[in-house]
Design a protein around this ligand. Structure first.
Ligand code: ADP
Length: 246
């Protein structure tokens, strides 16, 4: 078994309050791994530590065997581990195609230049269209991002993330605010993405977690309560108690 991401003794204190306490986590390469737990469990903090949006108080994080504990998110992205929405802004006035072009250009370390003509950027078109097809936005290629329905916007965000050529994607509540149809569509997309990549997601929707995840880590009060397949963790009495007691 090959490990993509490994945290050891991961701890985060906020002014003496321990939000994440001595967490050991191994994400196997090529799997979909979910991080779940009741409100206040430390999921967001953990996710921010792993993606280096927060600096841990103690502990180490390795990606593909390299110590990334002191690295910045952009450096980690260059190693192939990318957080969705890392390109925080989808440019609302640009089309789907133009947005993915920009992401491809940024992925090459070039900063986006609004004054460049479409002609120069169009050298990215073949690859951009492939990502647009991959996330199911072909029919929206020339739509302005602002005009897309919510679920399609999230798909566009995933396309701009894929444009950075990640081997591992970290998704923060990919289903938040979505209706049933969008949930089904994005679920299929995550499965497709994971065919040749590793995925770690924080997700509240337990039926999505059950459907998609190879492995699940349950956090409660900053600590790991259980880990395993959905069948395993959903039978664990301490998990049931944490969810009911929350
Ligand atoms: P979850 O995502 O599982 O709901 P969080 O990681 O957001 O949990 O929060 C875990 C605990 O850490 C909560 O009690 C929260 O109030 C606390 N916490 C999170 N961020 C901060 C912060 N910046 N300063 C102080 N306390 C924080």
């Amino acid at each position: 078994m090959e490990i993509a991401l490994q945290a050891t003794g991961l701890t985060k204190e906020f002014k003496g309050f321990v939000a994440v306490n001595n967490v050991d986590l191994s994400i196997e390469k090529g799997t979909i791994h979910a991080l779940i737990g009741p409100n206040g469990a430390g999921k967001t903090t953990c996710f921010n530590l792993l993606t280096k949006f927060l600096q841990p108080t103690r502990g180490t994080i390795k990606y593909e065997g390299r110590d990334i504990t002191r690295m910045k998110p952009a450096e980690i992205a260059r190693l192939g581990m990318v957080r969705s929405f890392q390109i925080s802004a989808i440019f609302p006035d640009l089309t789907v195609l133009q947005n993915v072009r920009v992401a491809l250009q940024r992925g090459r370390g070039e900063s986006y230049d609004f004054w460049r003509s479409d002609k120069i950027l169009s050298r990215f078109d073949d690859r951009a269209r492939a990502f647009i097809d991959e996330v199911g936005l072909t029919e929206f290629t020339d739509e302005r991002a602002a005009a897309l329905p919510y679920g399609r916007k999230r798909a566009l965000e995933i396309a701009t993330t894929l444009a950075l050529s990640p081997d591992m994607l970290l998704l923060d509540e990919p289903m938040a605010g979505m209706g049933r149809e969008d949930v089904e569509r994005i679920s299929k997309l995550i499965q497709k993405i994971a065919e040749n990549r590793t995925v770690l997601m924080v997700e509240h929707n337990l039926s999505v977690v059950a459907d998609l995840s190879d492995r699940i880590t349950v956090l409660a009060r900053g600590e790991i309560l259980a880990e395993g397949t959905y069948d395993e963790i959903s039978k664990a009495p301490e998990v049931i108690e944490a969810y009911i007691g929350a």
